[in-house]
Each structure stands twice: as structure tokens, then as C-alpha cells.
Design a protein around this ligand. Sequence first.
Ligand code: FAD
Length: 465
Amino acid sequence: MPPMSQEQFLHALVQQLGEGAVQTGTQVEARFHTDWSGQPPVAPLALVRPRSTEEVVATLRLCHQHRIPVVPQGGLTGLAGAAVPVPGCVALSLERMNTIEEVNARTGLMTVQAGVTLQTVQEAAVAAGMVFGVDLGARGSCQIGGNVSTNAGGNGVLQHGMMREQVLGLEVVLADGTVLPMLRPMLKNNTGYDLKQFFIGAEGTLGVITRVLLRLRPMPQAKATCLVAMPDFDNALAVLQRMQGRFGNSVAAFELMWDNFVQASIQWQKLQAPLAERHPLLALIDVDGKDEASLRDAVEEALGEAMEAGEVVDAVIAQSQTQAKTLWKLREAPAELNTNMHPPINFDVSLPQADIGRFADAMQADFDARWPGHQTLFFGHVGDGNLHVSTNGATVNGECDAVEAALYAQVALFHGSVSAEHGIGLHKKPFLHASRTPQELAAMRAIKAALDPLNLMNPGKVFDL
Ligand code: FAD
């Protein structure tokens, strides 16, 4: 078949998908030009918003035939620039594939189209008397397909693991339109390669996730939330160990916030200070249990022992779910970073857990020396070794590259990872080699070449071929 012109391709796309599903050229709304990462916007050749797997197949077949790159887009809350269009691409938004197909409390499974938001999944799980194991600040906008494609983490990892642990099956469409229907509702299935794992965390570079079979978790009968102040990081770790020793896997969250983060959060969100005095570190701790009153008593007793041991200097235990929500508001400041930092230079690193405090101190000292007066916030899901750092670009003379180089050099010294949960996308591509050996990168490229030989799926993201 002779090659089609761009115009003919777009015409064929509209003919196959219908006008309602396709926007072209200047019609494409600006919100599809970039994501939360702050990467420069790029207008795609066209935007396609399919409603079904069949429509995804039709789009990919056409793009494959005409060698048009495809960039899958979820809720566009990604922080690594992975969903930003590449020039001349079709941006494939899953936002209209937002049906919850089945929720089964008896089996603890839910089947959804990939464009359902995380919050919708959470609410449907609760309505069925269960909970969903992943939670993060962008819950209202991010989509399950995006969460799977980034192997999202968030606040529940300590108890339930990352997104990978919540996925029992996937339906995926490959670059040439081939459908892989891997939606088998069973945990054990040792029949060769577990193919779905390749697509979890692949950032849309191997195929489009169209449907997801999710695992739900039993709903805890009671939950206790407390905010705990510690004098330093080693004592914070001691508190985590104490709580896990006493409550085991019922410790559902352990989110650590350094004082600079707490103060920014209070100021940006106009919150009341939760404790009378400022402290170097605060931890938000959630513990699950059977009965609220006795659980609160047990948490109080554990914190009392921690105070006697000098690990904790102050604490407040929420007396209701409303109070718990107010305490958790303190941790929601990341949603305000783009408004208050110009621009935010965001990091999402993994470190050996015991070293996180020393790493934060080293970064603070290094930045103090190089950029006096800089604003750098430290916070994270420290219970699972994940630290987030955000530096205000306006306070480091806009020297974003130098800030990144300095931080990633320390990550390498501490044998950490340059991305704990946000992925590589475009933003961290130059630093991927710091966390992966040449042999690992070669294996990744071989997988990419096998599944997408024409390099049409989200090209140039994660690594170059
Ligand atoms: P997008 O940003 O649209 O896309 C992300 C990647 O997935 C891209 O590579 C895209 O091509 C690909 N993709 C999307 N949908 C599909 C699909 N159906 N098939 C194939 N590929 C697809 N992340 C965490 O892990 N933990 C946190 O605690 C956390 N907190 C956040 C808080 C805030 C305020 C914000 C703004 C972001 C936060 N994030 C966090 C980052 C972000 O929300 C996650 O990375 C999320 O999983 C991205 O989902 P999305 O639907 O927005 O995906």
C-alpha cells in the first residue's frame, strides 16, 4: 500500500474512530500537551479518546501501518514527563474508558477499564466493604492505567505493597494492535513468563493497558491515626520499629515530614499548627485494628513507652475520623508545590532506610553551602525507604541542573535509586544509568525491541534505543 500523507492518515483516523473521539492539530486541548512534571508542552498530531479496547486496537493498527508514534495518557499527574506527547504523535487518552465492569466482594476482585480514576476505584471498593491498597495525593485525577504503568506507590505500600501487588491481571494492546488478554482471576499461574509484569512500570513504552483486574483488601474494622514528633531520624526509625513490633502488618502508614515541609504545608494550606511547638521531624502513623477505642488505647500505650524511651517528644492521637483527616491534610502539601515553588525541582529517591536521615542532613548541608537561603523540603514514605525532596527553583538562582546533579551524586554515594515510584519518563532519563547497569539497560532494550520493534510506543521515554 503506498504511504499515506499526514492528512490522509488523520482522515482515516476520524473515519475509523468517529469525530467525537478524535481531535487534530489546533483542536487538541492544551491540557493534553503536558503533565504535572512541568516539562515543556508539545502539541500532538492528534488526540484520540477511545471508549473501548476495540477502538484502541483500531487506533494502534492504523498508527502502526503509518509509523505514527503513540503516547498513552492517563490522568496526566505523572511527575517524570512520561505522558508528554512527542512531536508528530497520536496522544491516546484513556479518560473515556472509565467503566467499573465488576466488583466482587466475595472474591475480593474488581475489573475496570484503565481510565477509571484511583479515587473511583477506592470508593467502589469501600462500597463493596473492601479497600483498595494504593492511595496517593493525585487520587482524584490519576487513572488506574497510569498507576499500573508507573507502578505507583504512595501511602499504603508499607502494608499492601506497590501497584504491582494490587494487579492480578491486565489486558494490553501491543503497538501493532495485538491484544494480550491476561485477565485470569488467580494468584498462582506458573506457565512461563508472567507477561503482565513487563507492562507494570513500563511507562507506556511496551503497549496500552486497556483493562485491569485488581485485588481488593479486607476493610479494617477500626483505624487509629496519630501525629508524632521525634528529635531526630534515628528515633523516628526506632518508633517505626516499635510500632511494627507491637502492631505488625497493621501499621498501615508511616509518613515522615521534616520541619521545613511541615511549615510550608501549614503556610500554603492555611492550616493550624497541629502541635504547640516545632520539632525536627513529624510522623503520621495509621494503625489498623478491630475496635477504635481499644486500638486508640493501645496506640497511646505504645507512644507512652516511646516517650519514656526518649524516641518521641510530643504526640497527638486523632479522636475521630474527621480529626484524622485534618492531621493527614498536613501531608497533602505536594499538591501545592507547582503553585508555590517556581519551579519545584522534585526528587523521588529510594535509599537504604537506615541512611535516609544522614542523606537528608548531607543534602541540607551541601545546599546550604552552595545556595544560601534555598528552600528545600524533605518528606516521604520513609516506612518503605522512599524520600521525596523538593527544592524551590527560585531560591537556587534557577540552577536546576546543578541541584539535580548534586542530589543524584549523593544518591549514588548512598547506593540509592533515582526513582522510587514516579518513574523515569523524560525527566530522569539522563540519570537512569546511575541506578541500572549497562547489562540491565541492554536487557530492557531487548524487551522493548521484541514487543515494539518499530519503536512506536511512547518513544524516547525511559531510555533511547
Ligand atoms: P499519566 O501521568 O497520564 O501517565 C504516566 C505514565 O503512564 C506515562 O508514561 C503514560 O504514557 C503511561 N500511561 C498512562 N495510562 C496508560 C495506559 N492505560 N496504558 C499504558 N500506559 C499508560 N506517585 C506515586 O507513585 N506516589 C505518590 O505518592 C504520588 N503522589 C502524587 C501527588 C501529587 C499531588 C501528584 C500530582 C502526583 C503524585 N504522584 C505520585 C505521581 C502520579 O500521580 C503517579 O505517577 C500516577 O500513577 C500517574 O497516573 P496518571 O494516570 O496521571 O498517569
